[in-house]
Design a protein around this ligand. Structure first.
Ligand code: XMP
Ligand code: MG
Length: 179
């Protein structure tokens, strides 16, 4: 599996460090708010479970599964809800945790949905941001790293369902997705 990686972008240690830093900021910003943390399945699972342990306030956790990607590396533009939240967002301070913001379509759709459902506030925390590819005006409130316009995998991020279990974030060799 490691042989399919062209370059390691962010090591385990770098991810842990940035997660700690973001957790501290979030702790300050959400003190006394009992936020509803929404983990966007499946890519954000690792980042969510790590970052909530760095947030020292009361919070609740829920999961949502949306899909905008098929087996390829290009967004379809279509965002489908596969699994909705169990919790009502009405009147809640919502913190969406995402693995990566690419075109921004997924997050745009989620923010609109939660506002429509009368969330009190909606903030976004993403491990990775690929601003070069943005087509929607989504601005994350908390960003781990800005990534170059390359397809990245690991630490939750997949290609065709694989590589989520890598401890680091890396760039896939083009021959893996081209071949
Ligand atoms: P949009 O375009 O809606 O996409 O912002 C966000 C979702 O697309 C997936 N995505 C990636 N997944 N490596 C991945 O493994 C990437 O480089 C990549 N870029 C986008 C991801 O699931 C994210 O939630
Ligand atoms: Mg995702």
């Amino acid at each position: 599996m490691n042989n399919d990686i062209k370059e390691v972008l962010y090591s385990k240690e770098q991810i842990a460090e940035v997660t700690k830093k973001l957790g501290k900021q979030i702790t300050k910003d959400f003190e006394g708010k009992n936020p509803l943390v929404v983990c966007v399945l499946k890519g954000a699972v690792m980042f969510t479970t790590d970052i909530i342990r760095e947030i020292d306030t009361y919070l609740e956790l829920d999961f949502m599964d949306v899909s905008s990607y098929g087996e390829g590396t290009e967004s379809s533009g279509e965002v489908k809800i596969i699994k909705d939240l169990d919790t009502s967002v009405t009147g809640r301070d919502v913190l969406i945790v995402e693995d990566i913001i690419d075109t921004g379509r997924t997050l745009q759709r989620l923010v609109e949905l939660f506002k429509h459902r009368n969330a009190k506030s909606v903030k976004i925390c993403t491990l990775l941001d690929k601003p070069e590819r943005r087509v929607e005006g989504v601005k994350p409130d908390y960003v781990g790293f800005e990534v170059p316009n390359e397809f990245v995998v690991g630490y939750g991020l997949d290609f065709a369902g694989r590589y989520r279990n890598l401890g680091y974030v890396g760039i896939l060799k083009p021959e893996v997705y081209e071949g």
